[in-house]
Design a protein around this ligand. Structure first.
Ligand code: ADP
Length: 434
């Protein structure tokens, strides 16, 4: 049977929870639908912290990261493709976002004087603590109902205005009518086919860096009612990811030391020090879209080495041949590849050559995966979804990773949770006329 709310929020990750709470704080009737059995989305696995500037923490500690620093860093990381107006809104609201998190009972500290842009919880896992606090806050509002296992399938319009959505819940299919709909469905990190459609370089991409929920639903639903999509070919790729963890280039290039990447044939195939996004597509061209990082004890002993091996369930052996056997590679072939590399033979013009000579040796399987979807629906500074011609689609808002074009070609880690909060709040407030 059809039901009615003032605000319908689709998706229960960071952005959805924040917008639902904000609308509910203002007394209106809110329904949030989440297709999974639990809220949290990819927000719950985010590990970095929140990027924030000129917060009370910065003032109290005398560690400086200004709004202007924040703006510059965000724009630069986007390689000239960021939406400057939206970034301005984002950074100018980070201090208020921090105050709001504190008001929920969360407690943060600045990561370090060297990394003054991140504030991290004083205890616990960043994403998990955040979702827990948001869930607790949501639970305080009787006028906010969260429907789990309920998937929105289609937006409903009347004379061009969005007035609700069709959903599939435990009782079957029904309609939720609403004065405004807020899309907070996340990206498409768990939609490999859709990723490949928008960027053929990532055909065969794995899904190691995502929870199951973000499958591009919001982008499809918005496009079906005429929303403009931005930057759909851009993704933040994690070429060297495995077991859900991400290894920076550290294994390959830290201090000019470093290992190599080999494919299932035991051959090198690339300059391992190339840009990570290009590296992802080179790995994906190999058999099974898979490669192994091979390195020696000197790399293992670097800052990130041990952690990397542990998280990535790396294997260890006293000789290259034994390592190959453990990884299921041809021992003679891998030995020949390593010997050639150690002798400085390099058909790929690698920038900084290292050596793989000091036993024991290590190998880690890598599965290039999308970690963040840069593309998505276009919004304005009120978080209203835009049409191709730049005019707004009445009644439709978007916040969080479903939004495209905010950051451009690269995202500062930690800005994503900030944008969940900032644009989640803006969407809710504008939707109810506050
Ligand atoms: P964000 O950081 O933008 O909030 P998340 O990935 O944390 O993104 O959260 C997105 C949430 O939206 C996930 O929990 C996902 O399961 C949910 N979701 C995605 N598509 C739908 C849909 N069609 N209906 C309901 N929930 C959805």
């Amino acid at each position: 049977e059809d039901i009615t709310a003032d605000v319908l929020v689709i998706g229960g990750g960071g952005a959805g929870l924040v917008s639902a709470i904000t609308a509910a704080e203002n007394g209106v009737k809110v329904i949030l639908v989440e297709k999974m059995p639990a809220v949290g989305g990819n927000t719950i696995i985010s590990a970095t912290g929140i990027t924030a500037s000129d917060t009370q923490l910065h003032k109290d500690s005398g560690i400086s990261f200004t709004v202007e620093d924040h703006y510059k860093r965000t724009i630069e990381t986007g390689k000239g493709l960021a939406d400057e107006k939206l970034v301005r809104v984002l950074v100018e609201n980070s201090s208020a976002a921090y105050d709001w998190l504190v008001s929920l009972g969360l407690s943060y500290k600045i990561q370090s004087p060297e990394e003054p842009f991140w504030i991290v919880p004083t205890e616990g896992h960043y994403g998990a603590e955040l979702v827990k606090a948001l869930q607790a806050e949501a639970g305080k509002h009787k006028n906010l109902e969260i429907k789990l296992n309920t998937k929105a399938t289609e937006l409903i319009t009347e004379e061009g205005k969005v007035v609700g959505a069709k959903v599939e819940g435990q009782g079957g299919e029904y309609v939720i009518n609403a004065k405004a709909v807020i899309l907070a469905t996340g990206g498409l990190n768990n939609a490999p086919e859709m990723i490949a459609e928008y960027n053929p370089n990532y055909k065969g991409v794995h899904t190691e860096m995502t929870t199951p929920g973000p499958t591009g639903d919001g982008i499809k639903m918005a496009a079906a009612v005429g929303a403009q999509l931005r930057h759909m070919d851009l993704f933040q790729m994690r070429p060297l990811s495995s077991n859900g963890n991400w290894y920076k280039e550290v294994v390959i290039s830290e201090e000019g030391k470093g290992g190599i990447l080999v494919n299932l044939d035991g051959d090198r195939f690339v300059d391992e020090t190339m840009k990570t996004w290009d590296l992802a597509s080179e790995i994906l061209k190999q058999k099974e879209g898979t490669a192994y990082i091979i390195f020696d004890n000197d790399v293992y002993e670097t800052k990130e080495g041990k952690k990397t091996v542990e998280k990535g369930k790396g294997v260890k052996a006293d000789t290259i041949e034994e390592l190959a056997a453990q990884l299921g590679l041809d021992p003679a072939k891998l030995k020949a590849t390593v010997d050639a590399y150690n002798a400085g033979q390099d058909p790929f013009n690698r920038k900084a050559m290292g050596k793989v000579t000091t036993a024991p040796f290590y190998g880690i399987k890598t599965l290039p995966s999308s970690h963040y979807t840069m593309g998505g629906v276009a919004i304005n500074e009120n978080a209203q979804v835009l049409k191709e011609d730049g005019s707004v689609i009445e009644g439709l808002y978007a916040a969080g990773e479903v939004v495209g074009g905010l950051y451009g070609a690269g995202r500062v880690a930690g800005n994503n949770t900030l944008d969940d909060i900032v644009f989640g709040k803006i969407a809710a407030k504008h939707a109810i006329g506050k």
